[in-house]
Design a protein around this ligand. Structure first.
Ligand code: PLP
Length: 407
């Protein structure tokens, strides 16, 4: 068993050796600028085209030209939403959800402050959307609908095809943040009513700092960054060549392996949940629905603080995450779990286990050996556990509020 047991694959993944190998020549001898006319540069340009085709294949794009390389998933989300607003200056309304990643949530909050109107769709206790709410939200003033494919904290999957059909029937551009879906689920954009789709390479075993935005042919897209002519004028800036090559290689591998990997990983995730729910009294799974990413489990431990659990897990060599970040030393409960109306007793004690290709059953059993005593120890220390129910309940916040999800 590895020294470090890594259950934080929604935050980032290990770069595959094959991916590193594919990248190395572009950090050493193949250093030409892909925009150069001479052959030393243009051969690099050709390799970028291959990587574009590999990424297009992963998401089932009809034409590789529809894939624009970006610097991250965050950039892709920004480019998509800002691009749609810029292209339709007369429209001032955006529809999104309360459970998006900060890349979308933070941008939409910013745009709201700038005078755009934002409809923040809620979710139910399972983390599911109400499509009637979406239908009612769409107006002639709606410039873009931006909804994630799968939630990074709970793994809950949204019905993208149904949502897209509804949005398309109104002629509104539909953007999907597929950062957590790519490499884990089957995606075929050419058969879907999706106009823009964001990817991030480091979620599927490629390096950080590179992503892609799919923009369907025929969609008018205005880039928010202004500069050179790279990426057909849609994303200026000299390409991060080695990272793009790595993303292409990882996309090729993901396409070949994700179906088998997903079955194996889902079995491990289910085993983890079964064991932990049994061995840790006062635990529950958040968003335990059929439609969930195969690798993600969000488990709450009643009355406890997720961060304390993480610190003790870390001492045992186990890396997980709370799914919510600390702001200035005080831990904010997850905006996703708040939107799901997770009761106050369970809200702070959430731990996200996100599995990946390298995890084994032995590691799952090791976590189940270590975690129950950690939980017991913290429950013994927790004053919250000894208080009456009224004293325990903290006031719920409403709306999207502050946020800071990791990965
Ligand atoms: N969207 C989702 C759903 C994510 O999980 C993440 C990253 O965790 C992002 C966007 C941002 O991607 P990046 O880290 O490449 O900026």
């Amino acid at each position: 068993m590895a020294d470090e047991i890594y259950f934080d694959n929604n935050a980032t993944t290990r770069v595959l050796p094959e991916v590193v190998e594919a990248m190395v020549p572009f950090l050493t001898e193949l250093y030409g600028n892909p925009s150069s006319i001479h052959r030393f540069g243009s051969q690099v340009g050709e390799r970028i085209s291959e990587a574009r085709a590999q990424v297009a294949a992963l998401i089932g794009a009809g034409d590789p030209v529809e894939v624009i390389f970006t610097g991250s998933g965050t950039e892709g989300d920004n480019a998509a939403i800002r691009g749609m607003l810029e292209a339709q200056p007369g429209k001032r309304h955006i529809v999104t959800t309360q459970v998006e990643h900060p890349a979308v949530l933070g941008l939409c909050q910013h745009l709201e402050r700038k005078g755009y109107r934002v409809t923040w769709m809620g979710v139910n206790e399972d983390g599911a959307l109400d499509l009637d709410e979406l239908r009612a939200a769409l107006t002639d003033d709606t410039a873009v609908v931006s909804i994630m494919w799968a939630n990074n904290e709970t793994g809950v999957i949204f019905p993208i095809e149904q949502i897209g059909a509804m949005v398309r029937s109104k002629g509104i551009p539909f953007h999907v943040d597929a950062v957590q879906a790519a490499g884990k689920l089957s995606i075929c954009v050419k058969d879907l009513p999706v106009d823009l789709l964001t990817l991030s390479a480091h979620k599927f075993y490629a390096p950080k700092g590179v992503g892609a935005l799919y923009v369907r042919r025929g969609i008018t897209f205005s880039p928010f960054m202004i500069g050179g002519h790279q990426e057909r004028n849609r994303r200026p800036g000299t390409e991060n060549v080695a990272a793009i090559i790595g993303m292409g290689k990882a996309a090729e591998i993901a396409l070949a392996r994700f179906a088998d990997d997903s079955v194996r990983i889902a079995k491990l995730r289910d085993l983890l949940e079964t064991l932990l729910l049994e061995s840790c009294p006062g635990s529950r799974v958040n968003g335990r629905v059929q439609n969930r990413l195969p690798n993600t489990s969000n488990i709450s431990f009643r009355y406890l603080e997720g961060e304390s659990i993480l610190v003790l897990l870390d001492q045992q060599g186990i890396c997980a995450s709370t799914g919510s970040a600390c702001t200035a030393g005080s831990s904010e409960p997850s905006h996703v779990l708040r939107a799901m109306k997770v009761p106050a007793d369970w809200l702070q004690g959430a731990v996200r286990f996100s599995l990946g290709r390298f995890n084994t059953e032995e590691e799952i059993r090791y976590v189940n050996e270590k975690l129950p005593s950690i939980v017991q120890r913290l429950q013994g220390l927790s004053s919250l556990g000894k208080l009456g129910p009224q004293q325990r309940s903290k006031p719920e916040r409403s709306g999207a509020g502050t946020f800071g999800a990791r990965g």
